[in-house]
Every structure is written in C-alpha cells, then in structure tokens.
Design a protein around this ligand. Structure first.
Ligand code: AMP
Length: 358
C-alpha cells in the first residue's frame, strides 16, 4: 500500500486553491458532483464508454470535465493526469468494486483512510473490527454444524447477489450440490446466523478536525441519515406468499428507501457510530469521512451489526438535499457528498488535509 507520507507529499504539491473533486461516473456520482459544486469545487468524472446521457438528464450534477477509460480498473493509467488537476478521489461502492486491489497503491489522494477500505473488504478483518467495537454480531457457523437458520454469503458477491438461506446442514449440502459451487468458492463461504428484525443502515460522517458536537475518538461524529435497502425478492415476498407461492428468498439490492428511527433509540444508534470510530482508531488509524454500519434491530431492540461500509453508501442518494437528521445539524441542505466536500474545504483552510485524506 502507498504510504501516508507519499500521499502527504503529493498533497503538499497540490495547488490548494484549485482542488478538484473526482470520482467514477457510477454509484453516487450524481450526489458527489452536486455536493462538490455546492461547496465551490471543480468536478471531474471518470467514465467508461461514450454514454453521458445520465448527466444530460441531470445537468446540475454534470461534472465540469470527463476523463475517459476503457474500463474502470484502468484508473491507475490516469494517476498523473489526476495529480496535475489537483484531484482528490472520492471512493464509492463502484470504485471499490471495479478498481479492486489497485486502489491501495493508487498514487492519487483519496478521501478518508485507505486502510479502512482494506478492513471493509476482508471478512475476517471486518469481524475483528466489529468485535473490537464490542457490538453484537450474528454468529458465524461451520457447514457441518448449522443449528439455526442462516444466510449463506459468497466471497465477491456484490449487493447480496447469490445469497441464500438454510435451516440446517442437510439443506446446506443439498443447495450447494444443486448450485455446483466450486471448491474455491466454498472455501470462502460465510454462513451467518439469520437475524430476524428490521434493518437500519445509518450514514455517519466522522470529522477528526471538528471541535464540539457529538464526540467520538478525537473528533466529531454526525449521523446524516438512515436508509433501508430494497432487495429482490425478499422485499415483497409476502405478495407471492399471499396466494400460496413460496419462492426462495434472494437479497440482491435494487434500491433504497427512507427510514426514521424511534427517537428514544437514537442514542443507541449514535453509540454504534462512536464505537465503530473508536475501534477503527485503535486498529488502523481511524475512519475520517463517511461510513455506514449495517444493522438489524431485533424484537428486544438489540442492534446486530453484520457489515461496515467504510465510504459513502448508495443509500445516501436518498438525501441530496439533506435528510430528516442533517437538518438538525446544518441550516443549509447538507447531503453526505456536500459534507465530504465541506470537510476537504475546511481541512485545506486549516492545512490539515492529511488528516482526512490518504
Ligand atoms: P450484505 O452483503 O452482508 O450487506 O447482505 C446483503 C443483505 O442480506 C442485507 O442487506 C440483508 O438484507 C441481508 N442480510 C445479510 N446478513 C444478514 C443476517 N445476518 N441476517 C438477516 N439478513 C441478513
């Protein structure tokens, strides 16, 4: 992985009055470009192919400039050009997915701590992080000892695609045989206790350079929104059930919807964010910027944490004009993307860019 020192050096060579916010044209780019523009940044979209219809359709989010690639995984070919343009790259789900491991060595400043991207991509590390934060996590079971209903997750599965549920070892073996899963895939399988409850995906922003507010570690933590993912076909499966169909549930994300938490439970949600930040500081130097903790609230109001996303999540796309939480922190509409841009602006003013960018 490129060292923090090297990234700091690149940042020192940047013209701080001409910083530019760049990202791949996918995932949450509409929000990212809009938020960056609102804070006065030049914007740069990295795109594949010729298709820019989305930005013609939504012109307020059209980046000032495009850079072209044959495929997103070639982003390292743009390193020099991005540095010349004083670009700071905003990582999102597609960037993490398509650029893969190249992201760790990319010689371009990235918003947040790139160590966190490594920790979120490795299931064992993620479990260590959740444990260090002393949060409830669903049990992991071995294939020959499935004694509770479980959800089966495969490595590299994106957005829940290909997951399935099992009630016992016999059902697991039967489904695996039917799917003709390779030995390699099987070795990386995660069999996790299925938690019955309601899902909440809170969106946090952690600022190590802000004083006051709700404290976490050495900085301030803001909860800027919550979403719930819409997944096919588990979401509306009751419709099929209502006339006797019992399809296998699947969990492929296709959208997101708003959700608001009972006010008396907000304290718990804030503590989840705080513990995640504090554990990250102990384990790998912190998590400046946006992140999301994927939780399920059970009938005893216990939150079970099954994943952490150490970057902006697509659920924040619900709130480009701010949310029903951000309005209690900011007088102006504050999207997650705008908050990211604001942080970069504040850090540049205070000469502390290296605290929020790696
Ligand atoms: P993930 O890829 O871990 O984010 O999971 C994709 C989806 O599967 C989630 O959004 C949930 O709907 C569902 N899911 C994941 N883990 C669990 C679990 N332990 N219990 C119940 N549902 C889960």
């Amino acid at each position: 992985m490129i060292s923090k020192e090297e990234v700091k050096e690149i940042l020192e060579g940047y013209n701080k009055n001409k910083l530019c916010i760049a990202t791949l044209c996918s995932h949450s780019s509409l929000q990212i470009f809009k938020g960056a523009k609102e804070e006065g940044f030049k914007t740069l979209g990295i795109r594949v192919g010729e298709d820019v219809h989305v930005y013609d359709a939504f012109p307020l989010s059209k980046p000032d400039e495009f850079l072209h690639l044959e495929k997103f995984s070639d982003v390292d070919k743009l390193e020099e050009e991005l540095r010349e343009k004083n670009a700071i790259l905003i990582p999102h789900g597609s960037l993490v997915e398509f650029v893969g491991e190249k992201i760790y060595d990319l010689a371009v400043p990235i918003m947040g701590n790139r160590q966190a991207l490594l920790w979120e991509s490795d299931r064992l590390k993620m479990a260590e992080w959740i444990e260090a934060a002393e949060m409830r996590m669903p049990r992991t079971l071995s294939p020959d000892n499935i004694d509770v209903p479980c959800i089966v997750k495969f490595p590299g599965a994106k957005g829940g695609k290909g997951y399935f549920t099992v009630k016992n070892t016999k059902e697991f073996d039967k489904k695996i045989a039917k799917l003709k899963i390779s030995e390699e895939m099987l070795a990386g399988v995660l069999i996790q206790e299925y938690i019955v409850g309601v899902r909440f995906y809170p969106h946090y922003f952690y600022s190590p350079i802000t004083s006051g507010g709700f404290r976490a570690g050495n900085g301030a933590l803001e909860m800027l929104g919550i979403d719930r993912r819409i997944e096919t076909n588990i979401e509306e499966i009751y419709r099929a059930n209502s006339f006797g169909l019992n399809p296998e549930p699947s969990f492929a994300v296709v959208g997101n919807s708003e959700i608001i938490l009972r006010e008396s439970m907000l304290d718990k949600m804030l503590k989840i964010g705080k513990k995640t930040v504090e554990a990250s500081e102990k384990l790998f130097g912190g998590i400046p910027g946006p992140f999301c903790v994927e939780t399920i609230c059970d009938e005893d109001f216990h939150f079970h944490v099954f994943e952490i996303s150490a970057r902006i999540v697509a659920g924040t796309n619900l709130y480009p004009q701010g949310s029903h939480y951000s309005c209690y922190i900011y007088k102006e509409p504050m999207s997650m993307a705008r908050r990211i841009a604001r942080e970069i602006k504040n850090a540049a003013k205070k000469n502390q860019l290296d605290k929020v960018i790696y």
